[in-house]
Design a protein around this ligand. Structure first.
Ligand code: SAM
Length: 428
């Protein structure tokens, strides 16, 4: 049955089903399903935008906010060259491992199977069911340096993960197959934890997870990964690169004298205070992608949209619009946000100051006829709506990108007035 129209009529990007917009669209897709990042978008959306732009092998697509690499992964298996940029070192790893080209799948399968023998052999020597604390005390230096690890994992599961972590860290060879093993381990950290995906952000379950067969969960994950690598073997593929860096400095992150970008397909963090650094703490610490809580705070401060830890102290010192354009674009909304206290008004100001820096960098790296598709959600602060899609279009307009149209794709959550849009713009 046809859905009733929620927004203005448009052939493609309005009234979309949840699976065609959100992470739900990737849960059963090869490779895309390796790690669940709840605020990531659906591969269907990336594919539909690529169709809409009629992209081909002669294009170069950029996603400046790579997340788990949805856009470059989709482009790769359509044979369209692509690159992306990600500030979070763990997510950069996920995007890199997912978008590599793997050919010798049998060798990888053998490597996994040899490792599983070693892992199970080691687990047999560890009393993780009845005396996990003993093993944890002995191996204290291999416990991930996350604050309060036992809140994340019950002792029996933590002991098995520490055994897995130790084996993987101590392996001398650092091959692509080894990276896949690490990806497999990172993928099971939440399924064997006391955290749950009940909300957009992870929350702790009321009852900790009892000791489970971590090796069994890990082996299943590895088998899924092998099946996925086989599933894409016959597809066309292009080379894609995931760069580690800050999209507020795009022109320094992408190769100097590199090819200019012909399309941007992306989704920046929404101004909704979701913290990517906080959400990925277990993973950031598991293989030391980050060294300390302080470094996580710095990552959050450097990222767009961060509010957690140190980033909050930065906001409390006060943030001013960086120029008249930002002041003018925010003026109709900022007074109502101030009404509820200054912190949120500073948050919103910093967010759009950052987007301004980003938009200026997009101008430097793209071709004269470049097309842009920015997927973004609006927000509400103290019940006052903030039209992020329109403000973003206003910022890009300043840098010479004209607005084609804003398609409101879907209503978000049950809160009225929240929606996700795709903002289509083109240079010139
Ligand atoms: C909405 S998510 C993108 C999700 C992506 N479309 C996907 O499907 O996985 C936004 C991403 O931008 C990253 N990010 C935030 N600030 C950044 C910055 N200044 N430079 C590069 N990446 C940044 C976050 O770490 C997060 O992964």
């Amino acid at each position: 049955m046809k859905q009733p129209l929620l927004f203005e009529a448009d052939p493609m990007f309005t009234n979309r089903q949840t699976k065609a917009v959100t992470f739900r669209g990737k849960l059963d897709l090869p490779i895309h399903r390796w790690y669940r990042l709840t605020p990531s978008f659906s591969p269907t959306l990336a594919d539909d935008i690529a169709d809409h732009f009629s992209l081909s092998a002669s294009d170069l697509v950029l996603d400046p906010f790579s997340g788990v690499g949805t856009v470059p992964l989709c482009m790769k298996y359509r044979g369209i060259p692509a690159c992306s940029v990600e500030i979070n070192p763990y997510l950069h790893f996920v995007g890199t491992v997912k978008t590599r080209t793997y050919r010798a799948v049998e060798n990888i399968e053998q490597y996994f199977s040899d490792f599983m023998k070693v892992f199970r052999g080691k687990l047999n020597t560890i009393p993780f069911e009845d005396r996990p604390a003993l093993y944890l005390a002995e191996q204290a230096r291999f416990i991930p340096r996350i604050n309060y690890p036992e809140r994340w994992w019950s002792k029996g599961n933590l002991a098995q993960l520490v055994c897995l972590r130790k084996l993987l860290i101590e392996r001398v060879e650092k091959t692509e197959a080894h990276d896949l093993l690490r990806m497999g381990a990172l993928a099971i950290l939440i399924p064997v934890s006391n955290a749950k995906h009940n909300h957009v952000s992870l929350t702790y379950a009321e009852k900790p997870l009892p000791t489970v067969d971590v090796a069994g969960v890990f082996e299943q994950q590895l088998q899924n990964m092998i099946a996925d690598l086989r599933a894409v073997l016959a597809l066309p593929r292009s080379e894609v690169t995931i760069y580690s860096g800050n999209s507020k400095k795009l022109s320094q992150v992408l190769p100097e004298n590199g090819r200019k970008v012909s399309s941007v397909i992306t989704s920046p963090p929404y101004p909704n205070r979701f913290s990517y650094a906080r959400e990925t703490r277990p993973h950031l610490f598991f293989f030391d992608f980050i060294g300390s809580a302080r470094a996580v705070g710095q990552l959050e401060t450097d990222a767009i949209g961060g509010t957690w830890g140190k980033a909050t102290s930065v906001l409390s010192t006060g943030v001013k619009p960086k120029n008249e354009l930002i002041a003018k674009l925010l003026k109709p909304y900022i007074k109502d946000i101030h009404h509820g206290g200054n912190l949120m008004a500073h948050y919103v100001t910093k967010y759009f100051n950052d987007l301004y820096d980003h938009a200026g960098e997009v101008e430097k790296v793209c071709e004269p006829r470049c097309r842009l598709a920015y997927v973004i959600g609006n927000s509400k602060f103290y019940d006052n709506p903030l039209p992020s899609d329109e403000i973003l279009a206003g910022i890009f307009n300043h840098f010479g990108f004209s607005l084609d149209r804003i398609d409101k794709m879907r209503k978000r959550q049950s809160k009225s007035g929240l929606h996700e849009s795709v903002v289509f713009m083109k240079r010139g």
